[in-house]
Design a protein around this ligand. Structure first.
Ligand SMILES: NC(=O)c1ccc[n+]([C@@H]2O[C@H](COP(=O)([O-])OP(=O)(O)OC[C@H]3O[C@@H](n4cnc5c(N)ncnc54)[C@H](OP(=O)(O)O)[C@@H]3O)[C@@H](O)[C@H]2O)c1
Length: 290
């Protein structure tokens, strides 16, 4: 099955892009090619068409995104350009080239007023510019390339790039006192686990279009996540010193959903995935960092 596959990974220098290149390098060497922002700007429709137009690729995994959630409130246009128009630029090529697209979206398409995990048919009501543009990107993709797969995820971290785990470790190691919100609930997702899931889906040869949720198992507040990160790194004093605080006392430019837990039944049932608990993913990430 794998022989004819040729996968293009956009945003290849990001957290998920790098993990995908690692996974494919391990399980199916030679089938995946990564392009960074410098190699291919997805907002440049001509460049996207030139890149894809020769029909070399069977799949695109779009990991390119504008992900600065707070800055997006100021940079609305740029954020929309990447997360909405950029996605449409890729999607426009799908039909003629028979291209299969996996696109990554976010739990921030929801308003967080739920009390139980969001399934794929829950109504998106984004609270932020970032969430709004990601939702527009989903809609654009499903309109132009309805045979695509969208995977919504949340709270991504990895050994690469800037993320919550690395920030907590850097501050904990310096002995900085940490105050972290305990009234936003979601699930930390190790980018390597999401990358494994994406590789499993593509290599299964079973293409079932639609929206899917993926995060690690379990739930946590950002406070829980901070404490678990420091504990897993052996920074026990720093972990004991973290203060839980309320979102209302630490305003940010973007409003985030108070509850962003995803129901993963559909992706597990459809593709037979076993999803690790978030604390397990965290331990593996920290082992790589140390
Ligand atoms: N991070 C999270 O917590 C989180 C949560 C839920 C969903 N997601 C989604 O998961 C996906 C992967 O996220 P991630 O954490 O891996 O993001 P990331 O680390 O910020 O990587 C995104 C990559 O996209 C590139 N990029 C930005 N604009 C581009 C453009 N116009 N053309 C091509 N590349 C561009 C960036 O390059 P430069 O840095 O050089 O601009 C960066 O390498 C995204 O779709 C994101 O929305 C992320």
């Amino acid at each position: 099955m794998g022989i004819d596959l040729k996968i293009l990974i956009t945003g290849a220098n990001g957290q998920l892009g790098r993990e995908l290149l690692d996974v494919f390098g391990r399980v199916a060497p030679g089938i995946a090619t990564g392009v960074t922002h410098d190699d291919l700007d997805i907002t440049d429709s001509d460049a996207v068409e030139r890149f894809l137009g020769n029909g070399e690729y069977t799949h695109v995994v779009n990991c390119a995104a504008y992900t600065a959630v707070d800055r997006a409130e100021e940079e609305k246009h740029l954020c929309n350009n990447v997360n909405n128009d950029g996605v449409a630029n890729i999607a426009r090529n799908a039909d003629t080239l028979n291209l299969r697209i996996i696109h990554i979206s976010t739990d921030y398409v929801f308003d967080g007023n739920a009390f139980r995990p969001y399934n794929e048919s829950a109504k998106p009501e984004p609270l932020s510019v970032y969430g709004t543009t990601k939702r527009k990107g989903e809609t654009a993709l499903l309109g132009l390339a309805p045979s695509s797969i969208i995977i919504r995820t949340g709270w991504l971290y990895s050994p690469h790039g800037r993320n919550f785990v690395k920030t907590m470790l850097a501050k904990g190691e310096k002995g900085e006192h940490l105050a972290v919100v305990d009234d936003q609930t979601g699930t930390p997702t190790y980018a390597a686990d999401l990358a494994e899931a994406i590789a499993t889906i593509i290599l299964s040869g079973k293409w079932m279009p639609g929206i899917y949720n993926y995060s690690n198992e379990g739930t946590a507040s950002w406070y829980d996540f901070a404490v678990a990160t420091l504990e897993a790194a052996g920074l026990h004093e720093a972990a004991a010193d973290v203060t839980p605080v309320h979102t209302a006392d630490y305003p940010t430019a973007a409003t985030r959903p108070a509850y962003a837990v995803l129901d993963k039944t559909k992706i597990k049932d459809t593709f037979g995935l076993k999803i690790p608990h978030w604390q397990d993913g965290l331990r593996r990430c920290i082992a790589r960092l140390r």
